[in-house]
Design a protein around this ligand. Structure first.
Ligand SMILES: [Ca+2]
Ligand SMILES: [Ca+2]
Length: 338
């Protein structure tokens, strides 16, 4: 008989024993906490981590079954690395379905007292087992137990259980299943996760000027988020300009990471909108003429937005083009460099 088959037979026996004794009463006020930790949570392909499974019960524990999952596309189980602490002392037994008998990505561990009546029962406290995984591909994997696996009266086939004995000397049968289980799982990332980045939405006229940190190509009045998107889990936050507009010249486009941290900031330029009210009109033309007459000064951002023919000058020609747009005898381009 192979080792895997022996393990299977033993585990099936355990399951049958539990099946006879464990399903009578729902345990009230009994709690078991399972905690899975990894020796490292950010590693590279080829690295090996040690995973530790701990348990705390507030009752005398009987046979305990732990199906432990990991992402088999990210990790390989290191064959033979599973080590179980003798929580039930000499005579306790362990059966393991590892990858030889279970689908890749699942370790199924069962620890039992000598038998259902003859062993000293314990409060579980601390480490139950350890095993190792080697990273084979980039990705993020949760490692741990699943609540939906818990054996209860209404889900008798659940492989996650921790039976209870009525007393320490175990003269009674397993008395309960369906306790409150608290599951604390580990998450491990292999490789460097792709960083959020700003991109132009395909098919739009949006432009990202990474050198000057400008975004433009947006039609006056439109929201910038119709033209730009954040990739790889990022998001966009628009901050209003001095005119109170989130879609006018001078508004700020922030690229945020998944936690809301600011990764990058761009200034929105709406060509022809010099005063930042998100409209291209006679007021903007008038402002340009005031620059020409040197009766006012404007910021670099405003003069860039006022250069609607893209000749690097913000002058009477641009003011005239804006007025032609207002009169609908011409139009102000969303991107004068296109
Ligand atoms: Ca304006
Ligand atoms: Ca110009």
């Amino acid at each position: 008989m192979t080792k895997a088959k022996k393990a299977l037979c033993l585990a099936l026996t355990v399951v049958m024993v539990i099946g006879v004794f464990a399903f009578s009463a729902l345990a009230a006020d009994q709690t078991a906490t399972f905690t899975v930790t990894a020796s490292e949570t950010q590693i590279e392909v080829g690295d090996t981590i040690t995973v530790t499974v701990m348990a705390e019960t507030d009752y005398y524990a009987a046979a305990t079954g732990m199906p432990i999952y990991y992402d088999a596309e990210v990790f390989d189980y290191v064959a033979g690395s599973l080590q179980v602490v003798e929580v039930f002392g000499t005579g306790g037994a362990t059966s393991v379905f590892d990858n030889a008998a279970e689908p890749a990505g699942l370790l199924n561990v069962v620890i039992v007292p000598l038998d259902s009546y003859g062993a000293v029962s314990r409060y579980l406290t601390g480490t139950l087992l350890t095993f190792r995984l080697t990273a084979k591909a980039e990705g993020t994997s949760e490692i741990g137990l699943r609540a939906e696996d818990q054996k209860t009266e209404s889900h008798i086939g659940g492989p996650l259980y921790c039976g209870a004995y009525a007393s320490e000397d175990v003269t009674s049968a397993v008395t309960a299943t369906g306790q409150t289980f608290i599951l604390n799982n580990a998450t491990v990332t292999v490789g460097t996760a792709a960083q959020p980045e700003l991109a132009v939405i395909e098919g739009t006229t949006g432009v990202i000027d990474t050198e000057n940190k400008y975004v433009y190509g947006v039609t006056a009045g439109d929201a910038a988020t119709l033209y730009f998107e954040a990739l790889n889990g990022g998001s966009i936050n628009m901050i209003a300009n001095d005119a109170g507009a989130t879609n006018g010249t001078g508004a700020q486009l922030q690229l945020l990471d998944a936690q809301g941290g600011v990764l990058d900031t761009y200034t929105l330029i709406i060509f022809g909108d010099v005063n930042g009210d998100a409209s291209v009109d006679a007021t903007d033309s008038s402002l340009i003429m005031q620059i020409v007459a040197r009766t006012t000064t404007l910021s670099d951002i405003q003069t860039f937005a006022g250069d609607v023919n893209g000749d690097t000058l913000c002058d009477a020609t641009d003011a005239s083009l804006i007025m032609q747009g207002v009169a609908r005898t011409g139009s102000v381009p969303v991107n004068p460099f296109a």
